[in-house]
Write a protein that binds this ligand. Structure first.
Ligand SMILES: Cc1cc2nc3c(=O)[nH]c(=O)nc-3n(C[C@H](O)[C@H](O)[C@H](O)COP(=O)(O)O)c2cc1C
Length: 210
């Protein structure tokens, strides 16, 4: 049975476009594989703490104090969820040209030496193989082309973070110009939904087994 990890990070609740499109993506995946097991990890409102000295000691060295052991346990839990997943669906709003700090905190717990990445012969090796990602990017402006493309620190960053731990099969779905009024918003949502249908095809899960 395939496993799907669903990560949301928008702080806009029911008004969130990324949450809407993440739900649409999950619905589409379930239409293809109704028995897939789903794990939800909601990062809104500081669910994952930002790094502290205890976290760094706990997940990058040998955990000793209670605070370090607690940090290590959370990192273990998040990595176990990700490792178990065949597909991870990530809702990533653009906040200040990058990702929400809550999502960054999740990555801070998941990028872990010798557990999710390692160095061999001087080169980095991502240790998570066989995991596929679908990333929903919601943005107020337009960054896929045009004069503001260079300001996109969201997609290259997410691609780098995921690739660093071995998740290189990443599909990005954009909802752009969400800040340009209701018509632009509706168009962005409809366009993104069409793309979800186009990219999540009947063989989506079987591609993983190749
Ligand atoms: C704190 C914050 C920062 C934002 N920064 C940007 C930005 O740098 N560029 C942009 O195009 N939109 C920005 N926006 C707009 C969001 O990307 C847009 O509202 C998007 O719909 C958020 O995703 P969501 O609907 O899933 O919450 C920002 C919104 C918030 C709340």
């Amino acid at each position: 049975m395939s496993k799907i990890l669903v990560i949301n990070s928008s702080l806009s609740g029911d008004a969130s476009v990324s949450r809407l499109l993440v739900a649409e993506t999950v619905q589409r995946l379930l239409a293809i594989e109704p028995d897939a097991e789903i794990t939800h990890r909601d990062l809104g409102d500081g669910a994952i703490p930002h790094l502290t000295s205890a976290t760094v000691a706990g997940i990058r060295a040998v955990a000793q104090t209670q605070a370090e052991l607690t940090a290590q346990a959370l990192s273990d839990e998040l990595i176990a969820e990700l490792t178990a997943a065949d597909v991870v669906v990530i809702g990533a709003p653009m906040y200040n040209f990058s990702i929400p700090t809550s999502l960054r905190a999740w990555f801070d717990h998941v990028l872990r030496p010798r557990v999710t990445f390692a160095y061999k012969d001087g080169a980095v090796q991502g240790l998570l193989t066989g995991t596929r990602a679908v990333v929903i990017e919601a943005r107020g402006g337009r960054f896929t082309d045009g004069p503001t493309k260079w300001m996109d620190f969201q997609e290259p960053y997410l691609k780098t973070l995921l690739g660093f731990i071995g998740i290189t099969d990443v599909t990005f779905i954009h909802a752009e110009k969400l800040g340009s009024g209701p018509e632009a918003r509706e168009l962005a949502i409809t366009t993104a939904k069409t793309r979800i249908t186009d990219v999540i095809t009947a063989d989506f899960f079987s591609v993983l087994e190749v």
